[in-house]
Design a protein around this ligand. Structure first.
Ligand SMILES: Nc1nc2c(ncn2[C@@H]2O[C@H](COP(=O)(O)OP(=O)(O)OP(=O)(O)O)[C@@H](O)[C@H]2O)c(=O)[nH]1
Ligand SMILES: [Mg+2]
Ligand SMILES: [Zn+2]
Length: 287
């Protein structure tokens, strides 16, 4: 049997990318498969090529995660795109997105875009936030979709992964997507075979690029409230840097409790005050 990745999922359409050859087929799941599970973009499937267009899906591998927004399985990285200017940086939104995607068992990273627009003051601001998020334990990349700066580095970073975008409107998600895949889209019409029977664009497509890397075309959350997903007592578990400290009380919410390792770390400057303020704002919004 051959192993493939579902890269196009929409209505009755299943596009399967064969992992060792890069060929694309239309997938038809056996009845026994449909009985067992739905099929999503990002699913790894096993099956047989039966003719030049058709791949019968005999099995779907267990998923490591599933994002509902967008509906993609096995997401390795969520690129949370942000800008310092145009639009202004919104750290509270970023902190919510980081918590939510971590909660959804994907690995969020931060991609600062539009660095071409920054003057010296803007660059200082950028570096301040980069330090804060690196210290918190997140990977941070700096790019410009306009000049192409940092794009090759981003490609290398994403090599071999399935990734999707999230982040506010206007930060440049679509622009980065076309930079990542642009050339290949022109030279290789990956969706030609799959277009027959396409209806409205409610589905998700994963675009192959680089070295067995795939990126989703449908962005996830542009705005999100962590308490929509989790109880306020759980939020602390999704601020990565908090997990390095221990407190007198195992259920410490790091608010008013005595001998709180997290508050002490904030006082010592080891945890950024900006992050801690976001945490309090999330937790206090849930009363
Ligand atoms: N100067 C500069 N402009 C950029 C850059 N990236 C994107 N833009 C511009 O920013 C605007 C918004 O970019 P999009 O890629 O549409 O942003 P988006 O995140 O997809 O926005 P939504 O689809 O509304 O969520 C466009 O006018 C882009 O040309 C960049 O690196 N530098
Ligand atoms: Mg867009
Ligand atoms: Zn505490």
């Amino acid at each position: 049997m051959k192993r493939g990745l579902v890269i196009d999922r929409e209505a009755q359409m299943i596009g399967v990318y064969i992992l060792d050859s890069g060929e694309i087929y239309r997938g038809f799941p056996r009845k026994k498969v449909l009985k067992k599970t739905k099929i999503y973009a990002g699913d790894y499937v096993l099956g047989e090529i039966v003719d030049s267009n058709t791949f019968t899906i005999e099995d779907v591998e267990e998923r490591k995660n599933f994002l509902k927004r967008p509906p993609v399985a096995n997401v390795d990285k969520v690129m949370i795109v942000a800008t310092i200017k145009f639009p202004d940086f919104d750290n509270f939104l970023i902190d919510n997105l980081l918590a939510v995607y971590e909660y959804l068992k994907s690995d969020p990273i931060i991609v600062f875009n539009k660095i071409d627009l920054l003057d010296n003051e803007g660059l200082k601001e950028l570096n301040k936030w980069v330090d804060i998020y690196i210290n918190a334990g997140y990977d941070v990349l700096k790019v410009s979709a306009n000049t192409g700066e940092g794009i090759q580095n981003l490609k290398n970073y994403l090599s071999g992964t399935i990734s999707v975008f999230a982040g506010a409107s206007g930060v440049g998600k679509s622009s980065i997507l076309s930079k990542l895949i642009g050339v290949e889209l022109e030279t290789r019409d990956i969706s030609r075979k799959l277009k027959r029977g396409r209806h409205t664009t409610t589905g998700v497509k994963l675009f192959p690029f680089g070295d067995n890397s795939f990126v989703g075309d449908t962005p996830g959350f542009s705005n999100v409230d962590a308490l929509y997903f989790m109880d306020k007592r759980e939020v602390k578990d999704y601020f990565r840097e908090f997990l390095r400290y221990s407190c007198k009380y195992p259920n410490c919410l790091h608010i008013n409790e005595p001998q709180c390792g997290v508050k002490e770390a904030v006082e010592r400057g080891e945890i950024a005050l900006e992050r801690y303020k976001s945490y309090l704002r999330i937790v206090n919004s849930g009363n």
